[in-house]
Write a protein that binds this ligand. Structure first.
Ligand SMILES: [Fe+2]
Length: 342
């Protein structure tokens, strides 16, 4: 598709939700893979809303990465070490990140300086279909209240998952798809709640069943994978071909930190759907449907620096699961893939 009035209007809606006001300054961060229609439309929307825009086109990334997706890959980017670019973003009010900066360091520095950041990686049609609303924010914040006071979580499924974790040590991640306050980061589109569990606290079993999605593979599990978890990390990966694939992919990083249990939570987007991923080529989408669909349970592995921990491993898997039940402090919040609380 080309840049259209509909896309321009969607951008204006997003920037309005981000509370962009006239005279504020905006940096549009552009990388090698940024969608040109987003670059053009974001630029026009910034101008139409009366703000001061600047497009920052960065050079090549410092290392070649395996095909996949930036939101599931934690490593240096074209921004790493580019101090003038970093300074420009620290001094603006809003960064529109169309590249996908490393979330463990530069991003924290920019947010600490008071700028807000909205990341957009989905192609225009997904972006427009899942465009956030004020309702998404209310729903996510209600779930965020549950997560903020959570001490324990237990997730179960009819396929045999039964895992418990403790909370308290690390942050809650409230993603509702727009960045409307100084120092806030968000990813558009998305709507889910998550939190990083306490170090060493995850215990039990996660069984990935057919239909669950593994990111960055961007594919559906076909054969069950049994993950044995103790002292906060995956200790065994058993099953058929899918298990072998996952095992060998993770082993490639040669990094024990990649096996740690990372952020856990559930999807809250009414329009996102787990089947959407099957409709796109892998390079076309960043899988935000999969990360956000209503009632999903998100299991993940690897880094926790973004939540306040010290793990920076690039081995990061987001694994949205179907039909799980999630219980927080003895109260059911998701039953068989249906959200029942918050
Ligand atoms: Fe993640």
């Amino acid at each position: 598709m080309a840049a259209t009035v509909a896309l321009l209007n969607a951008w204006k809606q997003l920037l309005t939700l981000c509370k962009l006001s006239p005279q504020e300054s905006v940096v549009i961060l552009v990388g090698d893979e940024s969608h040109p229609d987003h670059v053009a439309s974001a630029k026009m929307a910034v101008t139409e809303l009366g703000a001061r825009g600047m497009t920052l086109q960065l050079g090549e990334a410092p290392q070649v990465r395996m095909a996949g997706e930036s939101t599931a890959y934690y490593a240096p980017t074209a921004l790493t070490g580019n101090l003038p670019a970093l300074e420009a973003m620290k001094r603006c009010n809003l960064v529109i990140d169309l590249m996908g900066m490393y979330r463990g360091s530069e991003q924290e520095e920019i947010l600490a300086a008071g700028a807000r950041i909205i990341l957009v990686k989905e192609p225009p049609e997904v972006f427009m279909r899942l465009l956030p609303t004020e309702e998404d924010r209310k729903r996510v914040l209600a779930a965020g209240e549950i997560m903020a006071r959570a001490k324990t979580m237990r997730v179960t499924s009819r396929h045999g998952s039964d895992m418990t974790v403790r909370f308290g040590q690390y942050a809650v991640l409230e993603q509702y798809g727009f960045a409307d306050a100084p120092g806030r980061w968000d990813h558009c589109p998305s709507a889910f709640i998550a939190r990083w569990p306490d170090e060493l606290s995850a215990e039990g079993t996660i069984v990935l069943a057919p239909g669950d999605t593994i990111l960055p593979f961007k594919s559906y599990v076909q054969t069950p994978i049994r993950l044995t978890i103790s002292q906060g990390a995956i200790r065994k990966i058993e099953g058929g071909l899918d298990a072998r694939y996952l095992r060998d992919y993770m082993a490639m990083f040669n990094d024990p930190e990649g096996y740690a249990v990372s952020h856990l939570g559930w999807g809250l987007h009414r329009k996102a759907h787990w089947t959407a991923l099957g409709m796109y080529d892998k390079r076309q989408t960043n899988a935000m449907d999969a990360r956000s669909f209503w009632g999903s349970f998100m299991f993940s592995t690897g880094p926790n620096a973004e939540g306040g921990g010290s793990r920076h491993t690039p081995c990061h898997l987001d694994i949205p699961m179907l039909d799980c039940s999630v219980n927080v402090d003895g109260v059911d919040v998701v039953i068989d893939g249906e959200v029942v609380a918050g």
